[in-house]
Ligand binder design. Structure first.
Ligand code: VNL
Length: 385
């Protein structure tokens, strides 16, 4: 072999090594297939939108996403993939998590490997208590539900029936609503939990109707379950019977709101993000997301993905590209960001998010359905802590 060729090979080899050392790897665990595939798509596209807007280099390091498909609520798969990310891919961060069970499953690995782990959606209060290496930029069900109980009481409602998905975030929503509403003097006249897998909403909704509440409060995960619930609510004639519908924003989510159709008009919900939020940050976010996926409106999960990357970038910047688990958590604790949803902060002590919760009504804006914000509960903490 000629000498210049040898030199070329050496250069190639070292070039590769240098490139690897100059990369910050962000492992993304998300639901990329199955019933919940939209979540993974929203989360990863939100992350990509941030990188599109701000470039993929921070403190001289190239940021690289390593995306792994948890396939749905599958704790064993999530755990195995997290191990792979740590051992084989040698990631610097673990992010993602549409669904609660996957986040719980990975907490022990985050602790053992001291990997800064950022929750971009999963919303059960207890998740952040399971590892000191977990921080959350999404929301908790308790956080968005308590303002709904307060708003309902203030609006004169006194008898409410609750319907929730039968797992972590649903249990949090149910308990938080009941406690907050009772404290004010309202009454939960009945409560139902519907299974996460293949729920038949008709009979559940019928039972709610038969107990003649003034309103139904509902939390089910965004997507197919929200569509299924809404359909049953109308088919069983609750709207006609004058039973109001109150929900968390998951049910009137931007990703499916057009699929709900005009039936959704007038539904009141509380949540942290609406695509209709009027701010410069949101406008920039919507434009960046549109470059990644012009076919779908981004929802709260996309914003979680976007803000999660904002948090990663800030850690890389402050640590000048040398990522260490404990130092990264120090930077994350107390971090403030200007999110498309409004100002947010990661609480220094609980590592959970503090943010505005908005009361919204589904309305038509320029012929399309949106959650239009009309009241703000400012800087709400997770009451589940
Ligand atoms: C969760 C919470 C999932 C809210 C959701 O939909 C949601 C969760 C996927 O924590 O599992 O809207």
């Amino acid at each position: 072999m000629k000498k210049w060729m040898m030199l070329g090979l050496v250069a190639l080899a070292t070039g590769h090594a240098v490139a690897a050392g100059n990369t910050i790897k962000v492992g993304v665990l998300a639901e990329m297939s199955g019933t919940f595939a939209d979540f993974g798509m929203q989360i990863t596209n939100g992350a990509k939108a941030y990188m599109k807007q701000y470039g993929d280099t921070v403190a001289g390091k190239k940021i690289e996403l390593v995306i792994k498909d948890t396939t749905g609520p599958a704790p064993d798969v999530a755990k195995r993939l997290a191990q792979e990310l740590v051992v084989q891919d040698k990631v610097d961060f673990i992010v993602g998590f549409g669904l609660t069970p996957n986040a719980f499953a990975v907490a022990p690995i985050a602790t053992e490997a001291k990997k800064p782990t950022i929750i971009m959606n999963a919303a059960t209060s207890a998740i952040t208590t399971k590892s000191p290496y977990i921080a959350r930029v999404s929301f908790t069900l308790a956080q968005v539900t308590e303002p709904m109980a307060q708003w309902a009481y203030k609006s004169g409602l006194r008898k409410i029936y609750t319907v929730v998905a039968d797992y972590g975030p649903g249990h949090d929503a149910e308990q938080t609503f009941k406690k907050a509403f009772a404290r004010l003097g309202g009454e939960v006249v009945g409560e139902l939990r519907v299974p996460l897998k293949n729920p038949e909403f008709g009979p559940f909704v019928q039972r709610a109707k038969d107990s003649k509440p003034e309103a139904v409060f509902v939390f089910v995960p965004a997507g197919e379950m929200a569509v299924g619930f809404m359909k049953a609510y109308y088919e069983r004639g609750l709207a006609k019977a004058g039973i109001k519908l109150l929900s968390t924003g998951d049910v009137t989510d931007d990703g499916v709101i057009e699929a709900l159709g005009d039936n959704a008009l007038g539904v009141i919900s509380t949540h942290q993000y609406s695509a209709a939020h009027p701010s410069a940050e949101n406008k920039a976010f919507l434009a960046a997301y549109n470059q990644i996926n012009p076919k779908q409106r981004p929802n709260f999960m996309a914003v979680g993905g976007y803000d999660g990357m904002a948090a990663v970038y800030e850690v890389v910047r402050q640590l000048n590209g040398n990522i260490n688990g404990d130092k990264a958590m120090q930077v994350l604790r107390g971090m403030k960001l200007n999110s498309p949803r409004g100002p947010i902060q990661i609480d220094a002590e609980t590592r959970d998010i503090v943010q505005n919760v908005y009361v919204r009504e589904v309305k038509k804006v320029d012929g399309r359905l949106y959650n239009v914000e009309f009241e703000t509960f400012a800087a709400v903490r997770d009451p589940g802590k």
